[in-house]
Write a new protein. Structure first.
Ligand SMILES: Nc1ncnc2c1ncn2[C@@H]1O[C@H](COP(=O)(O)OP(=O)(O)O)[C@@H](O)[C@H]1O
Ligand SMILES: [Mg+2]
Lengths: 257, 289
């Protein structure tokens, strides 16, 4: 299932947050969205996920969702958003309970998805017992359990320390290789974008417009080692972003005065 | 550039250390760093509470036996205990306690259930909040016992008026605790539920209600104490049986030993209710660290 954005613009009160966003996300593709903080990345993702409606423009889905998809557009949140009163399996179960599945079917899905994310040993653990990295793995397992057509990830690794982030990036690459999921991946971390993105969308500072779309055709599996070409891309992205980021930084400071 | 920078800094630093007037250099004794991190962390100390109770009782009993404390002023604990024993033997205890517990349980349970329901409504619907919250704020501070005569007219002189007093007394704090708890539920969890397409009812039942549970339970503690106070007050105004009625009767006969026995029963009731809610908290909130 493909995702298409046409002329998406939005105002919050008097401030324009997004202007004329046109974007296509193809099936099996990870599209990374980067931009300075406050440029409207999270807002854009909320439009894509149908949690909010833009003032102008439209978000369209092309084609049917995969068979058995319970929730075609599925989020992975920066702060994990796990229910602290439910165990790991209970948290996954939560999103399956409203779909009329039998208890046995649910159990089957949960076991399968926890095995795929190497969480089987933590089935009965509560979120407070888990490290940040494990919590986000649970959130990813939860997202996978509803067989999403597109995963919407809003800075999923930003709350984690850099070592855990590396581990989870490896996990995500492995997962993509097995499942070829489609994702919109918002981040402010250029290394993440270069590591995971087939396409990198660079937004300008507020009002967010698309400044550039960089395509990286190297296979995700081959991006582990130091790579001059990827480094060059990352440097170019930083060149693009640096002035925007500096200006955005000052803008925020002005706002608070 | 940076290298020469740091070396320059190091030598600048080194200079005063080499000087004769430096206070640190003269004193080479090793001292442990003074510890400043203690206190401000309650730890569980067992049996001290019981010990305090026991010491007070022993002193009191000794004072009464030796005549320091006049029997007219305050009966000895042993006398109060004797009165209590008689209550048990004559079967009066169960009569009074049974009547009181029934009123308390019925009134408090109804008040809590209605309070949680209305509190959820106020937390979830803007219209309910706008319409009901001012009403709740206006009625909460009224001492419900002042309304007892009205309740007698409305619900009869029997159980109805007493249960209604307790019900209203525990209703309002529960409403306020519950709606506050709903307001404090992490909105990102609600968003998560919506993003997975959970039904409205599922979000309320599986996200809002458990999220508000800590606030509801601390509301339950408060409303239970209010309920006991109102129970006694209502029973003192007009009841044949009940711990409050028993205390009132003992008081009017100046049977201070019975009066003390009755007060001790109330105190035990409060302790047991508090303990039960503590158990419920530990079980319902076992997901918290
Ligand atoms: N619900 C909202 N109401 C008003 N302003 C908002 C709202 N959400 C976001 N904004 C504003 O829109 C801008 C973009 O926010 P956001 O999409 O969160 O940026 P990003 O995720 O790129 O950091 C920010 O200036 C923010 O203050
Ligand atoms: Mg954001």
């Amino acid at each position: 299932m493909d995702l298409l954005l046409r002329g998406v613009s939005h105002m919050y009160g008097d401030t324009q947050v997004l202007r004329d966003i046109d974007l296509a996300v193809g099936e099996g593709e990870i599209v990374c969205i980067i931009g300075p903080s406050g440029c409207g990345k999270s807002t854009l993702l909320r439009f894509i996920g149908g949690l909010e409606r833009p003032d102008a423009g439209e978000v369209l889905l092309a084609g049917a969702p995969p068979a058995g998809s319970l929730n075609p557009l599925t989020y992975v949140f920066q702060d994990f958003a796990l229910l602290p009163w439910r165990t790991v399996e209970g948290n996954v179960s939560l999103v399956l309970e409203d779909h009329g599945l039998s208890a046995a079917e649910r159990r089957g899905i949960i076991d399968d998805v926890l095995a795929r994310t190497s969480l089987s040993d933590f089935k009965t653990a509560l979120p407070r017992q888990l490290s940040g990295g494990m919590k986000q793995r649970v959130a990813i397992a939860r997202a996978l359990s509803v067989r999403p057509a597109v995963m919407l990830m809003d800075e999923p690794l930003s709350a984690l320390d850099s070592q855990t982030r590396e581990l989870l990036m490896d996990d995500l690459v492995g997962l993509w290789q097995r499942e070829r999921f489609t994702a919109c991946y918002v981040t402010h971390n250029l290394a993440e974008a270069v590591r995971l993105g087939h396409k990198i969308v660079v937004l300008s500072r507020r009002p967010g417009r698309i400044r550039e779309i960089v395509e990286i055709d190297r296979d995700l599996a081959d991006r582990q080692q130091a790579d001059a070409k990827l480094d060059a891309i990352q440097r170019d992205l930083w060149q693009l972003l640096r002035d925007e980021a500096r200006a955005a930084d000052r803008e925020l400071a002005d706002d608070t005065v | 550039m940076t290298l020469s920078d740091t070396s320059a800094k190091a030598s600048a630093h080194g200079e005063p250390a080499g000087g004769e007037a430096s206070p640190g250099a003269a004193d080479t004794r090793l001292q442990p760093v003074p510890f400043r991190g203690g206190g401000f962390r309650p730890v569980r100390v067992r049996f001290v509470g019981l010990l305090v109770f026991a010491v007070i009782l022993v002193l009191w009993e000794a004072g009464s036996q030796s005549g320091v404390i006049s029997n007219l002023v305050l009966p000895a604990p042993s006398e109060a205990f004797e009165a209590f024993r008689q209550l048990v033997e004559t079967g009066q205890l169960w009569r009074h306690l049974g009547a009181s517990l029934q009123r308390l349980i019925v009134g408090w349970t109804l008040g809590m259930s209605l309070g949680v329901a209305v509190g959820l409504m106020i937390g979830l619907f803007s219209l309910a909040r706008a319409g009901l919250m001012p009403l709740v704020s206006a009625l909460f501070p009224i001492p419900k016992i002042a309304l007892l005569p009205l309740f007698v007219i409305w619900f009869g002189i029997g159980e109805g008026s007493k249960v209604a007093t307790i019900l209203f007394g525990s209703f309002f704090p529960t409403v306020i605790a519950t709606s506050g708890g709903v307001d404090n539920v992490d909105r990102s969890l609600v968003r998560m539920g919506q993003s997975f397409g959970l039904s409205w009812w599922s979000i309320v039942r599986k996200i809002i209600l458990p999220g508000a549970m800590p606030a509801i339970l601390s509301g339950a503690r408060i409303s239970a104490s209010i309920a006991i106070i109102l129970l006694v007050a209502a029973e003192m105004i007009g009841a044949e049986y009940g711990v409050g009625a028993f205390i009132l009767m003992a008081g009017s006969l100046f049977a201070t030993d019975q009066l003390l026995a009755g007060v001790a029963i109330l105190s035990a009731m409060g302790l047991i209710v508090g303990w039960l809610i503590g158990r419920a908290e530990r079980w319902l909130l076992r997901w918290r660290s």
